[in-house]
Each structure stands twice: as C-alpha cells, then as structure tokens.
Ligand binder design. Structure first.
Ligand SMILES: Cc1cc2nc3c(=O)[nH]c(=O)nc-3n(C[C@H](O)[C@H](O)[C@H](O)COP(=O)(O)O)c2cc1C
Length: 173
C-alpha cells in the first residue's frame, strides 16, 4: 500500500556527499566586508550564486563555525569579488585563518567602505537583505548596489580542485 510518509534517507557519508556536490563546477569568489569597527573580513567561497535579476539579488553561505560570521552580520553589507584566473594565490590565502588576510593585498574601498579586491573578473557590492541559518551554514542574501566586471578569464573550481575553463565553441557544429 502506498504511503504518504516521506522515505527515511540514511545519513550520507559526508566525504562521499562532498564528492557528489563537487561535481557541480563553480567560479571562485572572495566575499569581503568591513565591520562597523573597521575590521576587514574576507573568506574564499564558491557557494555564491545569483537569485534574481530584477531586483538584483545574490546569495552565498558561510559555515556556522566561521570566526567571521558575527562580523559579516554586523557589517550589513558584503562584496562578492569574483576571482580571475591569475588570482589563485588570493583564493588560497582567504581560505585559511590568518591574523591579517589583507596584508599586502591590493584593495580599494567600495561605495560603502567595503574592501574591493583589485584585478577581479567582477566585483558585486551588496546590502544584506536576509541572513538565515540553514543546517551547518548561514545563508546570506544580498541586494546588489553596485557592480563592475572585466573581460579577464575567471578562476574555476570543480571536483575539489581549482581549474581553468576551456571554451567549447570550436567543438560545436
Ligand atoms: C574553493 C573554496 C570554496 C569555499 N567555499 C566556502 C563557502 O562557500 N562557505 C564557507 O563557509 N567556506 C568556504 N570555503 C572555506 C573557507 O574559505 C575557509 O574555511 C576559510 O578559512 C573561512 O574563513 P574564516 O576562517 O575567516 O572563517 C571554501 C574554500 C575553498 C578553497
């Protein structure tokens, strides 16, 4: 007899689940912010995605255990720095805890004094319009207030590794 009850799903092996999720290729961003006290925050993140064009809304998620979480919430704004291919070192730098991740990093101030990294494929300045704990992460929603982009090739991430894209245009036909 068919049941309306949802099937119980055994808890997946986290490493195997990560492998499955990792088949989805993404770009690589460093999400930056400045707290009201002036502390600069930066975290490498590939959870960035777009949600809506009108109004322009984006999302990303930060681990609940991140020491930067309270700061991002207090900042009220964030910048999505979409990394260019030659910015692999920045992706690695902002993926590890450090006393000052910004030391020696070429950076300017955005419209609301948020850090904007130089040389990125795109920078998207956002005002936080929602932050919601979901499982072991907090989901941030941001409304875009300003953006810029360049023709530089973006850094990619897939199968747990940094990648460079190869256009398929020549294979079509
Ligand atoms: C390619 C890549 C993507 C990542 N994406 C995320 C992400 O979307 N959210 C997150 O919380 N951590 C992500 N991380 C891990 C953080 O960058 C890392 O935990 C970092 O130390 C967080 O900064 P914090 O120590 O200041 O919290 C990613 C790491 C890499 C290498």
């Amino acid at each position: 007899m068919a049941s309306d009850q949802p099937q119980a799903f055994p808890a997946p092996d986290p490493l195997d689940l990560r492998r499955a999720f990792g088949r989805f290729g993404t770009g690589v961003t460093v999400i930056t912010a400045r707290t009201p006290e002036g502390q600069r925050l930066g975290v490498t993140a590939n959870s960035f995605n777009t949600v809506s064009l009108a109004p322009p809304i984006v999302l990303w998620s930060l681990a609940l255990h991140s020491p930067s979480l309270a700061g991002f919430r207090a900042a009220g704004r964030f910048v999505v720095n979409v990394l260019a291919l030659e910015q692999l070192a920045l992706a690695q730098r902002f993926a590890r805890p450090a006393p000052d991740k910004f030391a020696g990093v070429d950076c300017s101030e955005g419209r609301h004094e948020q850090p904007v990294l130089a040389g990125c494929a795109a920078s998207i300045e956002c005002r936080i319009v929602g932050d919601q704990p979901v499982g072991d992460h907090v989901l941030f929603l941001g409304e875009v207030e300003h953006y810029a982009h360049s023709a530089t090739a973006p850094l990619l991430f897939c199968n747990g590794q940094f990648q460079q894209g190869v256009g398929l245009a020549d294979r079509q036909g």
